[in-house]
Design a protein around this ligand. Structure first.
Ligand code: DGJ
Length: 390
């Protein structure tokens, strides 16, 4: 009798379990984790380790965008159903710690270093009470993907080093590259000076500003930190040391004076593609796209890759990461894959600055038209067979 009752109970709970399982991606909607709570991992990125995807992002509170908790981590084998692994990097209660509770800690990204067997987290850091003036990056490490991560240091980038395209002698002797020479910003003369390195020169000694960022590991294992620098006017791509914990000092500038943030990058058939946004705070704007034959450039700008409603506003979101799915690799969901499965997923954030924890996610497959990436809006889509419901 007891066995029959147990069987009955199991049969009754099975359909309910199935109903909770997520089978499609629905951008802009609440995305519950395995505890039924909306995933709280904004400005995030995904790292695959073994057969598991780890999603790291900013924990957002209900009433402030300041970091009150830290970086969260979620794990999934199918990219749809996510287990909440908790806080990967916690903010500190120590006064004057770089990551003191109340600092601004944004856009965390994690990469695995096979040489040191460490998980390396980089993020954009603004010191508590200093607005967005610190413009630093921070680094933390862990021995397990989900953490806990140990904070190592934060600083500005590449102090005392010129970008690869600059010849030191030229810059030092250009007196006009001095902010005091410009009473007005955004004039053609000022933009020309920015292009020529006005802020690179200003920040040469203290290090280059480092805000919105991502990390990229190339096929040869070399890793790069890509970030908005020079008052958010110019992107920098900086090579990392073999342990992925520092810059080597080799870096290049992308789209000088172009005012780009929110960089996300992938490589397809040997071409590097980067999608960025303009700089309008938490408000959405039109996505930009660049390509290059080498990470070191030259980078060429292309039109907005988004298509569909609100395409001119990145569907109401801002780029944060592009996930490359390695279709050749054995994964738990291998059996479900079809040839049409997307190889690249564009991830963006729909910010809600008045209620930051309610910010939403946009995940859309990247297709190609005339050899260029295209991101079409889909209300709902199946990750592994790419059936769409519009
Ligand atoms: C836009 C950036 O992309 C976000 O990460 C955040 O820094 C906001 N600006 C703050 O206004």
């Amino acid at each position: 009798m007891r066995q029959i009752l147990l069987l009955l109970a199991l049969l009754l709970t099975l359909p309910a379990m199935g109903q909770n399982e997520r089978r499609t991606i629905r951008s802009g909607e609440i995305w519950p984790d395995d505890t039924g709570v909306h995933i709280n991992a904004h400005g995030g990125g995904i790292m695959k380790y073994g057969d598991t995807y780890y999603w790291f992002g900013e924990h957002k509170s209900d009433h402030t965008s300041a970091a009150l908790v830290g970086v969260t981590c979620y794990a999934s084998k199918d990219l749809l159903n996510w287990h909440n692994c908790g806080v990967a990097l916690s903010v500190s209660d120590e006064k004057d710690s770089d990551i003191e509770r109340g600092c601004v800690l944004e856009r965390p990204k994690v990469i695995y270093n096979p040489l040191t067997k460490q998980f390396c987290m980089w993020f954009h850091l603004e010191l508590k009470g200093k607005g967005y003036n610190a413009a630093r990056y921070g680094v933390a490490v862990a021995n397990r993907p989900e953490g806990p991560y140990r904070f190592l240091y934060s600083q500005r980038a590449n102090a005392g080093t010129w970008p690869i395209e600059f010849r030191e002698q030229e810059l030092v002797t250009i007196d006009t590259l001095n902010e005091a020479n410009f009473r007005e910003q955004w004039t053609p003369a000022w933009l020309k000076a920015v292009n020529e390195g006005l802020f690179v020169k200003r920040d040469f000694g203290t290090g280059q500003m480092s805000r919105d960022m991502t990390l990229y590991v190339d096929d040869d294992g070399k890793a790069y930190h890509i970030f908005s620098s020079e008052e958010n006017l110019t992107l920098h791509i900086a090579e990392l040391t073999n342990d992925y914990l520092h810059h080597t000092g080799r870096y290049t500038r992308v789209a000088p004076a172009g005012h780009n943030e929110a960089p996300a990058i992938f490589k397809h058939d040997g071409t590097y593609w980067m999608i960025t946004s303009g700089c309008t705070g938490w408000a959405p704007n039109e996505a930009r796209m660049f390509s290059a034959p080498s990470i070191w450039g030259p980078w060429t700008q292309h039109p907005n890759p988004c298509r569909g409603p609100k395409a001119e506003l990145t569907f109401g979101g801002q780029s944060t990461f592009i996930l490359t799915i390695d279709n050749g690799q054995q994964t738990a969901e291998e059996g479900q894959r079809s040839e049409n499965s997307p190889q690249y997923i564009f991830m963006a954030d729909i910010w809600r600055p008045r209620h930051p924890s309610d910010a939403r996610y946009i995940w859309l497959p990247i297709g190609f038209e005339d050899g260029k990436p295209v991101i079409r809006w889909r209300d709902e889509w199946e990750l592994f067979s790419q059936k769409t419901h519009i």
